[in-house]
Write a protein that binds this ligand. Sequence first.
Ligand code: NAI
Length: 332
Amino acid sequence: MNTPVVLIPGDGIGPEVTASVCEVLAAAGANIKWIEAHAGIPAVERFGDPLPKDTLDLIRRYRVALKGPCTTPVGKGFRSINVRLRKELDLYASVRPVCSLPGIPVPYSDVDLVVIRENTEGLYSGQEHMVVPGVVESLRIITRTAAERIVRYAFELARRQGRKRVTFCHKADVLPLSDGLFLKVAREVADEFPFVGFEEIHVDTLCMQLALDPSRYDVLVMENLFGDVLSDLCAGLVGGLGVVPGANIGSRYAVFEAVHGSAPDIAGKGLANPIALLRSAALLLEHIGQTRVAARVESAVRNTLQTGQGLTQDLGGTGNTASITAELIRNL
Ligand code: NAI
């Protein structure tokens, strides 16, 4: 039986990479029935809203979505679609697995970690105001509830994946109330998982340690802003946003998406690299229980990178979306 999954092609290179991913998944034998929904510029043109209610309703109905990148129109009064999606569906955990891949020239070959970022509050709570002209205040919200569920999510993931240690990243020395609370909660949750290691580290020290030796980290968990920065830093350790998958998970819904943007500079030229979205789709397959197909897709990605045939220009090749898609299918 095919599982219904909402497909949001997005805009820019979104439709090109989603078409490629659908082709590879079909060839891999994924049992999915795509339910197409709109977001981004096409949705603004059709419905006057980059994230229409119908799209949200479809995700609420089918629970799982694969999303292509969407442009955030600048200066037109639209809030980021991604921030809205996370808030509306309470997708509280951003999950980004980062592991070394073959054929990509980077300084490290033994990275295997997961960055888990609290997605709903912190400095991205959207609460900013002008106190007096020339003075602006942005509120950094930390609640016990959100802190507890994200740290628990990190430990549960570590347990599920047989990982050894959760590292909690903070700045409680200069933010004693907000990060102090987060740290206290993290320690309490860690006590419930004595069989998983727990470590605390300041965010600045963590950045330095990641640059020196990323192989010593396993599961990293942190608040929203630190997570935004650290997850891109970690993606850079293994080859950048073109190869790293992402997922936004809540207790009811899950949206899987590549972490790169809509790449307007190459949109419509057939040059986009679909690997980040394809690997996000592999996470989706695992999420809906199609683990064998997920493993097949992941191994096709590795073989394709290893052989270096048909790769797009961002990966150092001379190919395009069509050539890399054909190569991925050949390597399934
Ligand atoms: P971007 O990630 O779209 O592009 C940065 C650079 O990476 C560009 O040179 C682009 O050509 C290249 N690139 C990105 N993805 C690629 C791929 N799959 N294959 C080959 N090359 C790729 O970041 P930028 O330019 O800052 O953002 C463009 C738009 O995307 C903005 O409106 C931004 O708000 C939006 N955006 C959307 C995201 C999402 O929907 N998840 C995430 C990040 C940005």
